[in-house]
Design a protein around this ligand. Structure first.
Ligand SMILES: C[S@@+](CC[C@H](N)C(=O)[O-])C[C@H]1O[C@@H](n2cnc3c(N)ncnc32)[C@H](O)[C@@H]1O
Length: 283
């Protein structure tokens, strides 16, 4: 990493309060380079000047860095798998607790709620969904539950996973409003998967499309937090391009390798306790 790039990252971390050290360098470089092209900055040092002089550019960079791309029923075949998991969980339990971790603007947890309402084999009143994210603006959109389609975001197509979404979402032109019945099953709160404590007792945790951006060391600590939040034999779904790090593999058995669906092993078999004490020394 060049000194200029490092100096730029330090500025972003200290002055703009974005934890660059958690993210991998190639991801940061891609996002920063795209802002450099937009501001006609030829070098990292030039761009740092621009950032120092123009607070508006600071906001634009933060916007570019917050990896908030999401959608309803993203990767539909995974959602067919989640439907099966949810049905078997509601069959076996009075209440099913689902955590959509790093839920961005809420479309993922609302997809779970719609799935629960839309599947005859699932008792939707038994399903409680928690959506969490590190970003307060994303959570504010999530709580509102109102989404705008645009030239690049086709919400109608995203909702096409369901035969008929009109019972769950009210559409007015380009505006899509989640209705109260779907909202009723979902609550939102802020949670940082790197620095906050694990939760407990979740039957299903969905954490997708975050690890791909995260530096390996932090990825392990995030997955450890998640593993500890799932009850024994509960289920984990990660993103289709993501993998479980080798030293955490013993915490999970594969339920569907292609869809990245895993079962949580009992704590004694998982080696989680040992891994945590080993790893805290470098966190
Ligand atoms: C690409 S989105 C994924 C959204 C959704 N899970 C999906 O797959 O469509 C990644 C989200 O991770 C959130 N995030 C980044 N760092 C985080 C952290 N340390 N703890 C919790 N969420 C984080 C971002 O704010 C962003 O909303």
């Amino acid at each position: 990493m060049s000194d200029d790039f490092e100096e730029l990252l330090t500025y972003v971390e200290d002055e703009l309060a974005f934890a660059t050290s958690h993210y991998n360098d190639s991801y940061l470089d891609r996002r920063i380079s795209s802002r450099m092209r937009r501001t006609q900055s030829n070098t990292y040092a030039d761009y740092l000047e621009t950032l120092r002089d123009d607070p508006v550019e600071g906001d634009a960079l933060l916007d570019a860095l917050s990896i908030n791309v999401t959608g309803f029923f993203r990767n539909p075949n995974v959602w067919a798998g989640i439907r099966e998991v949810l049905a078997s969980l509601t069959d076996a339990n009075d209440t099913v607790r689902v955590w959509s971790a790093a839920c961005a603007d809420g479309r993922e947890p609302y997809s779970v709620s719609m799935l629960a309402h839309d599947t005859p084999a699932i008792d939707e009143s038994a399903v409680r969904i928690l959506g969490t994210d590190i970003s307060e603006p994303a959570l504010e959109t999530a709580r509102n539950g109102v989404y705008e389609a645009s030239r690049t975001v086709d919400i109608d197509e995203q909702l096409d996973f369901l035969d008929d979404y009109s019972a769950y979402v009210d559409r007015d032109g380009r505006t899509f409003r989640i209705n109260d019945g779907i909202k009723h099953n979902v609550t939102f709160e802020r949670h940082d998967l790197i620095n906050d404590e694990p939760k407990t007792g979740f039957d299903l945790v969905i954490c997708r499309n975050l690890f791909i951006y995260i530096d390996n060391e932090y990825k392990q600590s995030m997955l450890r937090t998640i593993a500890r939040s799932i009850r024994q034999d509960g289920t984990l779904v990660i993103g289709k391009a993501e993998t479980i790090p080798p030293n955490l593999k013993s915490a999970f058995t594969v339920r569907d390798a292609r869809l990245r669906i895993y079962h949580r092993e009992p704590t004694e078999a998982s080696g989680l306790t040992r891994e945590r004490s080993e790893s805290t020394s470098h966190l």
